[in-house]
Write a protein that binds this ligand. Structure first.
Ligand SMILES: Cc1ncc(COP(=O)(O)O)c(C=O)c1O
Length: 372
């Protein structure tokens, strides 16, 4: 009998918090302080505290968080920024919007994160920053990346859109580099009711620059004086109020995602055709934004799961260097062999904190049937 198991399920979580969310949103609405009011301040304090960071600066999206953080760190025209081609397009568009050029390094074939050795090979006299992406909620190799950055005097802005509360050597992703950029897009581990993002940093100068850039470049405390060019990139007060309600549950949701992942590992063990996601070493933890397996016959498996009511998706089927918008860069496919094969083989299967063991078993059994 077919079951319906979605890839993710926002409704169950939203319904469980509906009353609290409605009253927080209404309070913000009635306060008449619709931008940069007390709810924004409260959420910023609470999100910084949750990550053991000094400063949090909210903004309009994960994409703007990356752009603002890079600009605040002094990255712009004439600079090169090394990042991965195996990510969502906002990683690179945000770099381009600062005026800088991005340069791709290949990924590690096991973790899908930036390959530190290839990062080293891509450094030139113009390189000014690295943007590692903690893809799927698995931390990039931050100890190695920070070592390279230190040796070459580079800034590091972490793309944490998928890595809320993921740990690398017992330290949260987003707190290793000069800044971490988070997304609160509705389907993210901490998702709003609309768009939102935030920058986390321990650096006071970067924090002040981020506050200015998201707010049209205003000099701090001055109404009509501008230190620099910024833009209208603030978070709405209503969104901050909603996110603050949800933030209280983030740690439990993350544990529940980790429990679902453990169930998948149990029920999908010993299927030779499947490579499970890497296990994080001691002191590291992944927050399982998605649960991504790797198989040779990906498209056939994907279709079979869909026929059996199981949601699944490919993050990401087309490496960024093959996107029409980047055709002019003339990147060579053979320079990115690990990205090439990952893009053909990865498949994300249902993952959300409320996913039940019986549904995990149904997904696992359906995958086993496919390989019979
Ligand atoms: C890796 C990555 N970077 C950046 C972003 C951009 O976040 P947003 O959609 O909030 O702009 C996303 C969101 O999908 C993402 O997954």
């Amino acid at each position: 009998m077919n079951k319906n198991v979605p890839l993710f399920n926002l409704k169950e979580q939203h319904d469980s918090l509906k009353n609290e969310i409605n009253s927080a949103a209404l309070e913000a609405l009635n306060s008449m302080k619709w931008l940069l009011g007390p709810k924004t301040q409260e959420f910023e304090q609470n999100f910084a505290k949750a990550l053991n960071a000094k400063y949090c600066i909210t903004c309009s999206s994960g994409a703007s968080a990356i752009q603002i953080a890079l600009m605040a760190a002094g990255i712009g025209k004439g600079d090169e920024v090394i990042t991965t081609p195996f990510t969502f397009v906002a990683t690179t568009t945000s770099i381009s919007l600062t005026g800088a050029d991005f340069v791709f390094a290949d990924i590690d074939p096991k973790t899908y994160e930036l390959d530190s050795e290839d990062v080293k090979r891509k450094i030139t006299s113009k390189t000014k920053a690295i943007v590692p992406v903690h893809l799927y909620g698995y931390p990039a190799n931050m100890p190695e990346i920070m070592k390279i950055a230190k040796e070459h005097n580079l800034k590091v802005i972490e793309d944490c859109a998928q890595s809320h509360l993921a740990l690398c050597e017992n330290k949260y992703t987003g707190t290793w580099g000069d800044a971490g950029a988070f997304s609160f897009y509705p389907s993210k581990n901490l998702g709003g009711c609309g768009d939102g993002g935030a920058i986390i940093t321990n650096n006071e100068k970067i924090a002040q620059a981020c506050q200015s850039i998201r707010h049209s470049g205003r000099s701090v405390g001055k109404a009509y004086e501008y230190d620099r060019e910024g833009s209208t990139l603030r978070m709405d007060e209503i969104q901050a109020a909603i996110l603050d309600v949800k933030l209280k549950h983030l740690a439990t949701w993350t544990e529940n995602r980790q429990k679902v992942a453990a169930l998948y590992r149990k029920h999908l063990a010993n299927i030779p055709q499947i490579t499970l996601p890497p296990e994080a070493p001691k002191g590291w933890s992944q927050c399982y934004y998605v649960f991504t397996i790797r198989v040779k016959d990906r498209d056939a498996l994907s279709a079979y799961l869909k026929e059996h009511g199981i949601g699944n998706a490919v993050y990401y089927p087309v490496p960024l260097y093959k996107q029409p918008c980047y055709k002019h860069l003339n990147c060579k496919t053979e320079d990115y062999p690990n990205t090439e094969s990952a893009a053909k083989e990865v498949l994300s299967i249902p993952m959300f904190p409320e996913l039940k063991e019986e549904d995990v078993i149904y997904v696992a059994q359906t995958i086993k049937e496919f390989y019979k």
